[in-house]
Design a protein around this ligand. Sequence first.
Ligand code: IMP
Ligand code: MG
Length: 178
Amino acid sequence: MHSDLEKILFTPEQIQARVHELGEKISADYAGKEIVTVGILKGAIVFFADLIREIKIPVKFDFMAASSYGITTKTSGTVRILKDIDTDIENKHVIIVEDIIDSGLTLKYLKNNFEHRKAASVKLCAMLNKPEGRRTDLTGDYIGFDVPDEFIVGYGLDYASRYRNLPYIGVLKKSVYA
Ligand code: IMP
Ligand code: MG
């Protein structure tokens, strides 16, 4: 797997330090409240598992799986929910946890969806952010790192279902998918 990478962007140590900071920030921002973190399968699970252990206030968690419809049509922001949460989020403070924000279409749809279910608040947390890919006005509330507009793998992120188990984050060589 390692030889398929062009370069490493973030080492396990850098990731751990940043996730610790995000956990501290979330713990301070929500002090005295209870939160529900919703991880978006499958990419977010590695980050999710690390993040929740850095949050020092009560947390309930759940998972959701979604897939984008009409990925080729630029205007399509329709997302299909493949697995929904079981938790009742009415009046709850929700943090959606994603691996990466690219176009922002997936998270924009999910955020609206959760607001319609009358959550007390909905915030977005993503390990990575690709600002150049954005096709919506969406901005994350808690972001680990900004990344260039290249194909990123590792720490949960995949290409063709592979590389999710790499403990670091890197750029996949174009020769692997071109
Ligand atoms: P979007 O923000 O709606 O475009 O969708 C983001 C989703 O696309 C993420 O949850 C990832 O599954 C996937 N994705 C976007 N960029 C990358 C990447 O560089 N590597 C791996 N997956 C990516
Ligand atoms: Mg994803």
